[in-house]
Ligand binder design. Structure first.
Ligand SMILES: [Zn+2]
Length: 252
C-alpha cells in the first residue's frame, strides 16, 4: 500500500460503488483491510523496539518458551471466543514482551481487533500526570483507551512498587475490563511463590531466592487473585537469551 497516493479504486474512501440494474451498490475496497490494520497498529502504541516482534521471529531455547508460543498462537486463533486473558510470568529476557506484542500484532492483522500496549509504569505515570493542575488531560482521557480496547497488554506488571494508590488504581482498571469481558494480557518478572496450583518451572540462573520479591509483594494479594481469576498463567523459564546473544553472535 502506498501511503502518500490515494487508492486508485476508492480514492481512500474505503468503498467502491458500482452501477447495477437495481441502482448503485457499494462494497468495501480491497485497500480497506490494510488501511484499517495500519490505523489499528498506530493506535496500539507498540514501542518501537518491539514493533517487529512476531510469532515467526520468537526464539525458542527452552521447552517452556515453545509451550508459551503455542498458547499465544492458540489465544489469537480462538479470539474472540475465549473469556480469560494471559499472564506471562518469568525472568528477564525470556521473551515475555515479545510474545505479548506478537499476539497483539496478530490480533490486529488477522482479526482487526482494537488493541493497546501499555507499560505498567508508564500507565501509572500517565494517570498521575493528569492530577497536576497544569495538565491539559483528565484522568478519563488516559483511561478511556485502557478501558475500551478489546485487548490490552499491560507489560511489566509489578515493575513499580505497590502503594495503596497503585493497587486501587490498577484494581479499578482491570476489574472494569473484566466486568466488560475485555481481555488483558500481562507480563511480569515476579514469580508467584507459595502457590500450590502452580507448577514450579526451570527458572534458569534466575531462580527465586529467599528474600526476593514475589508477585504478591509487588502488587498485593487482592490484585493478584483478581488477575489469577481473569488470566491463564503461562510460566516461561530459561536463560536471558538477550545476554547470551550479546556474548555469542553479534553479526550484521
Ligand atoms: Zn481503496
Amino acid at each position: 500500500m502506498n501511503e502518500t497516493k490515494p487508492c486508485p479504486r476508492c480514492g481512500d474512501t474505503g468503498w467502491v460503488t458500482q452501477a447495477g440494474p437495481s441502482g448503485a451498490t457499494a462494497e468495501r475496497c480491497a485497500c480497506f483491510g490494510a488501511r484499517h490494520a495500519v490505523l489499528l497498529m498506530e493506535r496500539a502504541k507498540i514501542p518501537k523496539r518491539y514493533e517487529n516482534c512476531s510469532f515467526k521471529n520468537f526464539e525458542i531455547h527452552d521447552p517452556s518458551q515453545e509451550h508459551a508460543l503455542k498458547l499465544a498462537q492458540k489465544f489469537t486463533a480462538s479470539f474472540p471466543d475465549q473469556n480469560v486473558g494471559l499472564l506471562f510470568i518469568g525472568p528477564c529476557g525470556v521473551g515475555k514482551t515479545h510474545l505479548a506484542v506478537a499476539l497483539l500484532r496478530e490480533l490486529i492483522q488477522v482479526k482487526s481487533a482494537p488493541c493497546l500496549f501499555y507499560d505498567f509504569r508508564d500507565l501509572l505515570r500517565d494517570i498521575q500526570s493528569t492530577f497536576s493542575p497544569d495538565s491539559d488531560l483528565h484522568e478519563s482521557d488516559v483511561l478511556a483507551p485502557v478501558f475500551d480496547n478489546r485487548v490490552l497488554v499491560l507489560d511489566e506488571l509489578g515493575a513499580q512498587r505497590s502503594s495503596a494508590w497503585v493497587e486501587d488504581t490498577v484494581f479499578y482498571i482491570i476489574n472494569h475490563r473484566y466486568n466488560q469481558k475485555k481481555l488483558t494480557v500481562f507480563t511480569s518478572n515476579y514469580l508467584d511463590a507459595g502457590e500450590k496450583e502452580i507448577e514450579p518451572v526451570a527458572w534458569g540462573k534466575t531462580s527465586l531466592k529467599k528474600g526476593d520479591d514475589t508477585l504478591v509483594d509487588r502488587i498485593g494479594e487482592r490484585l493478584r487473585s483478581r488477575i489469577y481469576e481473569m488470566c491463564k498463567i503461562v510460566e516461561i523459564g530459561g536463560e536471558d537469551y538477550r545476554q547470551t546473544r550479546k556474548q555469542g553472535s553479534y553479526r550484521f
